[in-house]
Design a protein around this ligand. Structure first.
Ligand SMILES: [Zn+2]
Length: 115
């Protein structure tokens, strides 16, 4: 499969854009299904050199589920990162620079190991 990019010249043909739309719609539908959202996402028609996918009209309760799911993702930060940051912030408030430095070191170690 040849990767399709907008910056490549010559510009992608409508057929390329339709293929990209179909592929992306399939991927988006698949990842939504894995998430428990049964959405029938379809390829849109190319316009002005861009490829599009179309969402179906969403029932409000489904849209609210999507909002809640995305919010959970945004808020679902790593627990270890959160704990280390909290420890460092508390140490700084306490002017305990030894503990603050140790927390910064621990964060570096954790980031390299886990993220
Ligand atoms: Zn982390």
């Amino acid at each position: 499969m040849v990767p399709l990019t907008y910056s490549a010249s010559p510009p992608p043909s409508d057929a390329d854009l339709r293929r990209l739309s179909a592929q992306t719609a399939g991927e988006l539908q698949s990842v939504c299904r894995d998430h428990g959202w049964a959405l029938h996402i379809t390829a849109g028609e190319p316009a002005n050199g861009s490829a599009y996918v179309q969402f179906p009209p969403l029932r409000v309760d489904v849209a609210q589920e999507i909002v809640a799911g995305l919010r959970r993702l945004l808020n679902n930060r790593c627990a270890e990162c959160t704990a280390i940051k909290r420890r460092r912030a508390q140490a700084i408030r306490d002017k305990d620079m030894t503990t603050a430095a140790a927390a910064a070191t621990a964060m570096g170690r954790h980031q390299r190991a886990v993220h």
